[in-house]
Each structure stands twice: as C-alpha cells, then as structure tokens.
Design a binder for this molecule. Structure first.
Ligand SMILES: C[S@@+](CC[C@H](N)C(=O)[O-])C[C@H]1O[C@@H](n2cnc3c(N)ncnc32)[C@H](O)[C@@H]1O
Length: 401
C-alpha cells in the first residue's frame, strides 16, 4: 500500500470513528472487556448493528485506547494511531516538561511535531497557548480531539506543515519532539526527522527551545551551554530533553525521577571514597547514571563507591532517596558461580532478580542454572569490587523503590 493510500485510509477511519455512530460504538466498547470476550463473535454481533468498516476501525481504536491507559489517564476518550501512541510522551513526563516551560514564564509555545498531542495537551494544561504543527493530517486531527478530551481545546491551535516552514511569529518558546519512526519503522539510532542539528538551530528563531531525544543520546552532540535532562519514571529511563541556554540553569545535566519530580544537579565536591561493600547497596536510577551524577548522589547520601568504575554505591545505613533502589546486603564475596547455589540456599532465596553492572554474562541462562527454591525474594548483584568480579546476595528494603 502506498503512503498516500495509507493516509487516505487512516483519514477515512478517523471520519468513521468521530461520526455519531462511531462515538456510540466506541462508548459501548469502553464498557466492554473485549479481551475477555470472543472477539470474532463480538465483531459479528456488532456488524448486525454497525457498518463492517466501522466495527473494524472501532475495535482497532479500542485496543489502542486500552494500551494507552499506561500513558494517559484519559485514554478512553482519546484517539490514536499505532505510531502516534508509541511515540507520544506519557502524561507524567509531558506534565513535568510543561511545568518547566511554565516556570520559565513561557506562555505561547510552538509544539513542533506535535503528533497525537501528548505534549500539546500537557503544555496547554500547564497554562500555555500552544500552536501544534505536524505534517501528518491524521495526527493533527487527533491532537485537536485529544485537546478536547483534556478540556484544553480553547488553548490550542494546530496547523499542517513541515516544521521547517512553521510560522513561529508571536511564539515565545518552541518544543520539538522529532520523529524517530517513519512508515512504521524505527529510524537508525541517533537519526530523527527533522535531525537534531535542525532542532538545535531553532534558537536562531526563538531563544527558548527544548528538544526531546532518545535516552541513549550521544551527549557529545549537545552544544555547550545547553542542559541535558534525563527523565526516569520509577526505575524506567524514559527520555532525554535538551534545554537551550535561555532556559539556563548553568548546569550541563540534570536527573529527574518521576512521579515525585525529584531533581539532582551537578555539584562539585570532594572525590567519593572507594571501599568494599557495607551493609546496604544502592542501585542508582538510570537517570542518575546517564546524567553522570553518581558522585553527587554518593556525597548527598554519605555513601561510597565499591569500585572506581561501577555505579553501585554502598552505605552504613539504608539511604532514603528517590534516586535509586536500596538493597540490604546478605552476603558478598568473589564471583564463583559454583558457590552460588549454597549461598542462595543459606539465605532461603526463591524468586531471584539478577542485576549486572561491569560483569558479562547471560542473566536468563544463569537464573535457569541456579534454580532457586526458597521462599524469600532476593537480588543477586553481579559486579566488580576493586576491579575483581564480585557477587552480592541482597534483599530489597521494604518501602524503598
Ligand atoms: C515523536 S512524534 C511526536 C509525539 C508528540 N510529542 C506526543 O507526545 O504525542 C513525531 C511527529 O513528528 C511528525 N513529523 C515528522 N517529520 C515532520 C516534519 N518535517 N514536519 C512536521 N511534522 C513532522 C510526525 O508526523 C509525528 O507525528
């Protein structure tokens, strides 16, 4: 199917879904647990009441809405394409970013490459007037519909254009979330449309610019004076955002952990000591490790490193921090796989999580070989202590993420 045919079908599908019959059918499906029913039988029952094309489109849209619940609290009222949903910023992440625009006093924001509107609705929700621009007519229509689902349609206008030709007159900031997928396929790592260079050059048109990038972003591509923020939601690293110097904090990086919005910034200090593991181990958030702020975290917690090159920290008392997961060390010693079963049995370890930093190995194959049978959840940490392969048997500390 050509790109144009695909687009026309998607537009026709959206016409059907937004018709009175389409909305009635989507509402009906919203109250039905489709996954618990025989979908073929359900589809043929619905086809007795609704046109077949509408039934197919509505079942597809319903499935996307169910998936979208992981990202959006109002997913049941929103519209998605598969690509649009996959690339959309989840509500907590978009809300955090929108808060930074608002805190910087940015009230007229261009959302370039607005997609189905994940960021658009968050920026408008944080009080900005937002101009959404996208090349894809279906995404653009969905962005408008989704703004209505979040009751912010009055603060949003959208226009179909290549962002290279977008009108930024009257805007006092721009946010770009360039596509990292095209035609249903992921672009090569580091590639985006438009490319990063183009996004960074937007400061020639408006000084306040933020660019969303993949969390694996090569930091050497970020010009000096810009800040790279790594954002995790819980333990999951979600994205990197590059903030132009006009948003200046004077810091090159930042680690943000949601949902609390906790932030860690670079702060110079004494070198962090390196010593053998003590009673507690801290596994820093990937936002902290990607932002290069492990030493800052260690200083804040009074913790030490267990190896000069490894990001695990250790402490005498259980650290209270949103920036990592705290583990109690049950025992530790040099990495000798044949001794592990006895060590695991001695601590009655059953369900086993394996964390690996600095040691090679197939974690799944190791878990199968170890066949733990105890009743206590444990964490086997494969790492290095003073450059020697090391095994720490740990247990999660209740209430510490
Ligand atoms: C990553 S998605 C945006 C997701 C959005 N921030 C959200 O939260 O829903 C990227 C979007 O860029 C659009 N796009 C790609 N190249 C473009 C261009 N040159 N001009 C305008 N839009 C473009 C795609 O159609 C797609 O909708």
């Amino acid at each position: 199917m050509s790109f144009e045919t695909g687009q026309r079908r998607a537009e026709d599908g959206l016409d059907l879904l937004t018709s009175p019959a389409g909305r009635a059918l989507l509402d009906r499906l919203d109250g039905t647990d489709v996954s618990a029913t025989d979908e073929l039988r359900l589809a043929s029952a619905l086809r007795r009441e609704f046109p077949a094309e509408l039934v197919t489109a509505a079942l597809g849209q319903h499935e996307l809405r169910v998936r979208a619940r992981a990202k959006f609290s109002r997913a049941g009222r929103m519209f998605f394409t598969r690509d649009g949903l996959e690339q959309a910023s989840a509500e907590p992440v978009a809300a955090h970013r929108a808060g930074r625009f608002a805190a910087a006093g940015r009230v007229r924001v261009a959302d370039l490459c607005c997609g189905i509107g994940g960021d658009l609705v968050a920026l408008a929700g944080a009080g900005a007037d937002v101009r959404g621009v996208d090349l894809d007519p279906v995404h653009l229509r969905m962005a408008t519909l989704n703004a209505a689902a979040y009751d912010v349609a009055g603060a949003v206008d959208t226009s179909r254009a290549d962002v290279r030709d977008a009108d930024l007159d009257g805007m006092d900031a721009a946010f770009v979330d360039p596509a990292r997928r095209a035609g249903g396929r992921r672009l090569r790592t580091g590639d985006s449309e438009p490319p990063l260079d183009w996004c960074l050059a937007l400061t020639a048109r408006t000084p306040h610019v933020a660019v969303k990038a993949a969390p694996g972003l090569d930091r050497s591509l970020v010009p000096s004076g810009w800040e790279t923020e790594f954002v995790a939601d819980g333990r999951e690293l979600k994205e990197a955002v590059i903030w132009s110097p006009a948003f200046a904090t004077g810091k090159a990086t930042r680690a943000t952990v949601l949902p609390g919005g906790h932030q860690l910034l670079p702060s110079p200090g004494d070198p962090v000591p390196c010593r053998p593991p003590g009673p507690y181990l801290l596994d820093p958030s990937p936002a902290v490790t990607r932002a290069g702020l492990v030493e800052e975290l260690a200083r804040e917690l009074g913790a030490w490193k267990i190896d000069p090159r490894i990001a695990f920290l250790s402490a005498e008392h259980p650290p209270h921090t949103p920036f990592g997961r705290t583990l109690r060390v049950l025992d530790d010693g040099p990495w000798r796989e044949k001794e592990l079963p006895a060590r695991l049995r001695a601590h009655r370890i059953g369900p086993l999580d394996i964390r690996r930093r600095g040691l090679a190995g197939d974690v799944d194959a190791l878990r199968r070989r170890l066949k733990t049978t105890g009743d206590r959840p444990g964490v086997l940490v494969m790492t290095r202590v003073n450059d020697r392969p090391w095994a720490l048997l740990c247990e999660p500390v209740a209430g510490r993420s």
